[in-house]
Design a protein around this ligand. Structure first.
Ligand code: R5P
Length: 294
C-alpha cells in the first residue's frame, strides 16, 4: 500500500491556462485515433512534417535485386539515416535488428513474380502479424488501369479495414504497368482513388509537369517513389522538386542503395527533404561524404 503520511495537497490547477491541445501534423489525419497518429509520427518527422523512407522491398517480386543481394551487408549501414524502412516481414525478421527504433512499413501484398502478370497480387500479410512486428504501417500496391485493377483495389480496402481494427495505417502504392502513361492526369486518378478508399498516405512517382496538382488533389500525404536509378544530382533534384511541389517526403530505393556511395546519398536526400537544401548543395555534400568514406 502506498505511503499516505506525507501526501502533498494538490492545489495548482493552472486555472488561467487553457488545456493544451495540438492538432496532429500529418495531412488528412487529424480525426484518426491516437494509435494511428502515433504510428504515422514514427514515419513522418514531427519537426519537418516529412519523411525519408528507404524502400528495400523489391525482393518480394524481383528476388535479389542489384544492391539488395546482401541486405545485412549493404542496407544495415543505411538504416540510421532512414525515418522508416519499407520492407517485407521476411527481411525484417531475418535481417533487421529488433533494436531498430523508427518506422517499419511492411509490404502486405504480393503473389506474382516478374515472370508473371504483376497486377495479379493478393494480400500477403495478416494484420495480426503486422501488429506482432510493431509495424508503423502496411503497404499495398494498387494497379489503377491494370489487368487486375479491381482485385488490387479490393486488397487495399480489405487492408484498410484490417488496419482500422488495430490502429495500423495503410500506404497505397500506385503501380505503373509497362504500358501505362506516366503523367499527372494518371497519378491524380490513382492517388485520389487510393485516398478515397482509405489509404492514409500514398506513394507515387514524380512527373515534371503538374505534379503539384497530384499532391493538391490528394487529401493525404504523398511520398515520392524513387524509380529507376538516376545520376545522383538528378535524383536529388527530383526529390527537391517533389517536396517543393507538395510531397511529404520520399520513399526511395534504387536511387539510394544502387548509388556507388549509398550512405552519402541517403544523407544528401535527408538534407533535401528535411532541410530544403538545394540540389546542387546536396550534391556537393554527397561528393564530400563520398570522398571522406574513400
Ligand atoms: C514498388 O513496386 C515497390 O514498393 C518497390 O519495390 C520499391 O518500393 C520501389 O522503390 P524504388 O523505385 O525507389 O527503387
Amino acid at each position: 500500500m502506498a505511503d499516505t503520511d506525507s501526501v502533498k495537497e494538490t492545489k495548482d490547477f493552472c486555472l488561467d491556462v487553457p488545456y493544451r491541445h495540438e492538432a496532429f501534423f500529418v495531412k488528412g489525419s487529424t480525426s484518426l485515433d491516437w494509435g494511428m497518429q502515433n504510428r504515422l509520427a514514427q514515419i513522418f518527422n514531427p519537426a519537418s512534417g516529412r519523411t525519408v523512407m528507404l524502400a528495400i522491398d523489391h525482393g518480394y517480386f524481383q528476388g535479389p535485386t542489384s544492391g539488395l543481394e546482401r541486405v545485412d551487408v549493404n542496407i544495415l549501414p543505411l538504416t540510421p539515416y532512414a525515418d522508416a524502412l519499407m520492407l517485407t516481414r521476411g527481411i525484417l525478421r531475418t535481417t533487421i535488428p529488433s533494436s531498430f527504433g523508427r518506422g517499419v512499413v511492411l509490404r502486405a501484398s504480393g503473389g506474382p513474380s516478374i515472370l508473371k502478370e504483376l497486377s495479379n497480387e493478393q494480400l500477403a500479410l495478416d494484420i495480426e502479424d503486422a501488429v506482432r512486428l510493431n509495424a508503423a504501417a502496411v503497404a499495398v500496391q494498387v494497379f489503377v488501369g491494370g489487368e487486375y485493377e479491381t482485385q488490387s483495389i479490393h486488397n487495399l480496402t480489405k487492408l484498410v479495414d484490417m488496419g482500422s481494427r488495430y490502429g495500423v495505417p495503410v500506404l497505397g502504392v500506385t503501380a505503373v504497368g509497362k504500358n501505362m502513361t506516366r503523367d499527372a492526369r494518371y497519378f491524380r486518378l490513382a492517388c485520389r482513388i487510393a485516398a478515397e478508399l482509405g489509404a492514409h498516405f500514398v506513394k507515387t512517382y514524380y512527373v515534371e509537369e503538374d505534379f503539384e496538382t497530384v499532391t493538391a488533389s490528394c487529401p493525404v500525404p504523398i511520398v515520392m517513389a524513387g524509380g529507376k536509378k538516376l545520376p545522383e544530382l538528378e535524383a536529388l533534384t527530383m526529390a527537391y522538386k517533389a517536396v517543393n511541389e507538395g510531397a511529404a517526403g520520399v520513399d526511395m530505393g534504387r536511387n539510394i542503395f544502387q548509388s556507388d556511395a549509398p550512405v552519402a546519398m541517403i544523407q544528401a536526400v535527408r538534407k533535401v527533404v528535411h532541410e530544403g537544401m538545394k540540389p546542387a548543395d546536396a550534391y556537393e555534400l554527397f561528393l564530400t561524404l563520398r570522398s571522406e568514406k574513400k
